[in-house]
Design a protein around this ligand. Structure first.
Ligand SMILES: NC(=O)c1ccc[n+]([C@@H]2O[C@H](COP(=O)([O-])OP(=O)(O)OC[C@H]3O[C@@H](n4cnc5c(N)ncnc54)[C@H](O)[C@@H]3O)[C@@H](O)[C@H]2O)c1
Length: 301
């Protein structure tokens, strides 16, 4: 279904576009990375080279394979030139509906017939983005995870018009780059953000009620469920400000079970966003190290 001759264009050379372009180029596909900002393009190229060279240093990648992957990667400021004849376009520009629609509309006009048009949007409607192109049945959400070279999952998100061929070919693309895909009907928070928001919120309710200490809630999930990180330390990493806006969105779309815990609202009001402000559920020193036993105590709430 997918041949190594098929070309891929990744639009948006930010955090995600960099990882996605690396995934395709290192899996054998000629990959054009497009961005309107030339600085973003050179930064992205540098970090892709860095990932490849890092793999060589660690003995995980043969030097000739790293060089071949670099040779398959090109950068371009012109979407029209890069997308001409490509079989897959992955849009991963800034999270803005109008910008994404403009990119899809321009790309769709020059892609190869039957090409798949994917969007890496986190929260916008795939159905709505797909209205920008004449063949919305070819549009699908391809939701990658950061850092792309380490995270195996891709959530394939079906808009109202996405057809079965697009789903099958998209699954094959994911497999071709070593990712595991799951299918999700377009819905708020998809599977992962929705589940993670629920877990983080529940952990905060438990902390607020004094059910257990922050350290023990995190240990419970790490040791009891083999989660790599507890929900409170993960919230500190993601940022409770971001968490709160996701929860507010899920509360407004999915209902009462996502009502944000008042403790999260209080922490955000206090500027305790987590690692990025040096203080969240835990406190962090200037080197970014967690201060031992600094977890928020129920008695202090
Ligand atoms: N950051 C994450 O962890 C994450 C995870 C999954 C999905 N996403 C989604 O991926 C997308 C990109 O996120 P990001 O974190 O990489 O953003 P980013 O801000 O790091 O990168 C976006 C890039 O798009 C470029 N861009 C903007 N408009 C453009 C245009 N018209 N043409 C070409 N390039 C354009 C910008 O110059 C920038 O380099 C968003 O939709 C986001 O919701 C992000």
């Amino acid at each position: 279904m997918i041949s190594q001759e098929q070309r891929v264009v990744v639009v948006g050379a930010g955090l995600m576009g960099t990882g996605i372009a690396h995934a395709f180029a290192s899996s054998g596909f000629a990959t054009s990375l497009v961005d309107s900002n030339t600085e973003a393009l050179s930064k992205a190229e540098k970090s892709i080279y860095g990932i490849l060279d890092g793999g060589v240093k660690l003995g995980k990648l043969a030097p000739e394979l790293a060089e071949a992957a670099k040779g398959r990667l090109s950068t371009n400021v012109s979407l029209k030139d890069a997308a001409e004849g490509a079989m897959l376009l992955v849009e991963t520009v800034s999270e803005n509906l109008a910008v994404k629609k403009a990119v899809l509309s321009e790309g769709a006009a020059v892609l190869a017939p039957g090409a798949i048009i994917a969007t890496n949007t986190s929260a916008l409607s795939v159905t709505e983005i797909a209205t920008a192109v004449p063949s919305p049945e070819r549009v699908i959400g391809m939701h990658f995870f950061n850092p792309v070279h380490k995270m195996k999952l891709v959530e394939l998100v079906l808009g109202i018009a996405t057809d079965v061929t697009t789903v099958a070919v998209s699954r094959a693309w994911c497999e071709a780059i070593g990712k595991t895909s799951i299918l999700v009907n377009e819905s708020p928070g998809l599977t992962t953000s929705r589940m993670s928001a629920m877990l983080g919120n529940e952990a905060m309710w438990m902390l607020q009620e004094g059910t257990a200490s922050a350290e023990d809630i995190d240990t419970a999930l790490r040791m009891g469920f083999n989660h790599p990180m507890g929900p409170l330390e993960l919230g500190d990493l993601t940022g409770w400000d971001t968490r709160l806006s996701v929860l507010r969105y899920l509360h407004s779309t999915l209902g009462e079970k996502f009502r944000p815990c008042p403790l999260i609202i209080k922490m955000v009001a206090a500027g305790r966003y987590g690692r990025k402000t040096g203080h969240g559920v835990y406190q962090y020193d200037e080197a970014g190290q967690r201060v031992p036993n600094s977890g928020l105590k129920a008695s202090a709430l």
